[in-house]
Structures are given as structure tokens and as C-alpha cells.
Design a protein. Structure first.
Length: 276
């Protein structure tokens, strides 16, 4: 049995364990469908940064306790329960505050140079959907569903949801999902490219962990450069992206992991990567 390291997140609303180079980050407010809160959200931001920088972590796996992934913002907290300090802030200060919180959450998640996986046991709504989409891969339980959700609370969207959604499903689908706020079940979410895989509810955690573990066993430097290449595919023209790929390929060709992979191929065995 592999060693499991429990990471102190500073709150019981977020759990984190590291096993087989997989950091399993669990949103743990099942009674509130893992809605973001003043305790959970800062802890999640910290864990994304901490695990993203930890050389002993190869993959981040984010999931939710109970029967939801993340219901997004806490709607009750948007009304009379809103803190007096927040209400007293100027418009510009509110904008700057939200921009900073976004940068440190979905911004940081997109910036992690390791593969990231979201495992959806149930609903991913609003900012919760943005968090799932900021991950590289999404696996959903059959009973899961996603919704942009902002329409129903009279808001326009945050945490980069429009950008992320447009790149995953295209502009026409993104507009439909934002303008209607409809619930999209797991099967349809897979068919439109919003999630990568749908698995039986009872198998979600095992399947997601197995995928994360298999990727975490891979060559760290090559995986990091793959993410750079894939990100640049959305931002640069073909010639520029292709030229940058060449630079990274030559760099990985000089790594010990590449030499190990070639040796393992010759010897017809599974390579053992060391991350260098």
C-alpha cells in the first residue's frame, strides 16, 4: 500500500492528501453542495499554489465530497448575509478584489504546469463549473450535471467562465449555455466536449484516481512542456507554436527521463521516470 500524506489546509471545509504523486483536493461542504465560502475558497487557492509548486506532486485531482462537485458561490451570502465590509467597498475596490480572487483561483489553476483533473460526483455550477473547466481533464459521474447558473441569480459570470466555456465547446454552445442557464446532464456534457469521460457513480473516485496516478507516473518535464505547447495552440499562429515545440522537444531529448524511456523500450519494460 502506498504512503498517504495528509496536508493541513487550515480548514475542514477543504481536504488534501497526497498519494502516489497525486494531490487529491476535496471540497468538503457537502451540506452546502460544496459552495465556495470564506474558509473554503482561500484554502483552495493556497492548495492549488502549494501542490502546483510541490516537486512530490505530479497531478492535481480536484473533487467534491458527497453528491456535488461545487455549487459555485453561496447564493445566501449574496443577500442580507453579505459582510458589512464588502458592502462598504467602493465599486473600483470591489472590482479589484474580485479580479485578485479570480487570479488566485482559476487563474492559478490554469497556470499550474502539471496536469490537473476535475472529478465531478454531481453538480458543477457557476464558479464551480469554471473551476472544473480550468482543469485539463474532467471526469463526471453518470448522475452529475453542469450549469452556468448565473442567469438564475441575475449575474453575468466570473472566474473566466465565458473564456473557458468558449474554448471547450465553441462560441455557439457557450452562448446557449450562458443565456439559458440550463442543466446539462453528464451524457450531453460529454457529447459537446464539456467533460472527457462519464463513468458510473460508484466508480468515479477509483477511475479518476487511476487516471491521475497513471499520468503522475509520467515524465514531469515532458508533461510540463506539453501543457505549454497545448496552451500556445490557442494563443499563437501555427508557425510560432511549431517553432516553440521544437525548442521544448530538444530540451526534453536531453533529459534523463527520455534516456530512461528509450532504454525501457529497448528492454521491453515499463519506464521508471524520476522527473529529471
Amino acid at each position: 500500500m502506498s504512503d498517504e500524506k495528509i496536508i493541513d489546509t487550515g480548514t475542514n471545509e477543504l481536504l488534501c492528501t497526497v498519494r502516489d504523486r497525486v494531490a487529491i483536493i476535496t471540497l468538503n461542504r457537502p451540506e452546502a453542495r460544496n459552495a465556495l465560502s470564506d474558509h473554503l475558497t482561500p484554502a483552495l487557492r493556497t492548495m492549488i499554489r502549494t501542490c502546483g509548486e510541490d516537486p512530490n506532486v505530479g497531478v492535481l485531482l480536484i473533487t467534491g465530497a458527497g453528491t456535488a462537485f461545487c455549487a459555485g458561490g453561496d447564493v445566501k451570502g449574496m443577500g442580507a448575509n453579505r459582510s458589512a465590509a464588502k458592502q462598504a467597498m467602493s465599486f473600483d475596490d470591489k472590482v479589484a478584489d474580485l479580479q485578485e480572487r479570480q487570479r488566485l483561483l482559476t487563474g492559478a489553476l490554469v497556470s499550474v504546469r502539471k496536469p490537473t483533473i476535475a472529478a465531478l460526483p454531481g453538480a458543477a455550477a457557476g464558479a464551480g463549473l469554471a473551476i472544473a473547466m480550468a482543469c485539463d481533464i474532467r471526469i463526471a459521474a453518470e448522475s452529475a450535471f453542469v450549469t452556468t447558473g448565473y442567469l438564475r441569480v441575475g449575474l453575468s459570470g466570473d472566474y473566466g467562465i465565458a473564456w473557458l466555456l468558449t474554448r471547450l465547446v465553441g462560441t455557439s454552445r457557450a452562448r446557449e449555455l450562458m443565456f439559458t442557464g440550463e442543466k446539462v446532464d453528464a451524457k450531453r456534457a460529454e457529447s459537446i466536449g464539456l467533460v472527457n469521460r462519464v463513468v458510473p457513480d460508484a466508480k468515479l473516485r477509483d477511475e479518476a484516481y487511476a487516471l491521475a496516478k497513471s499520468i503522475a507516473e509520467g515524465p514531469t518535464i515532458a508533461l510540463r512542456y506539453m501543457k505549454d505547447n497545448l496552451d500556445e495552440a490557442l494563443a499563437f499562429d501555427f508557425a510560432t507554436a511549431r517553432d516553440h515545440e521544437a525548442v521544448r522537444l530538444i530540451r526534453t531529448a536531453a533529459t534523463a527521463d527520455h534516456r530512461e524511456a528509450v532504454q525501457a523500450f529497448v528492454e521491453k519494460r515499463k519506464p521508471v521516470f524520476k522527473g529529471n
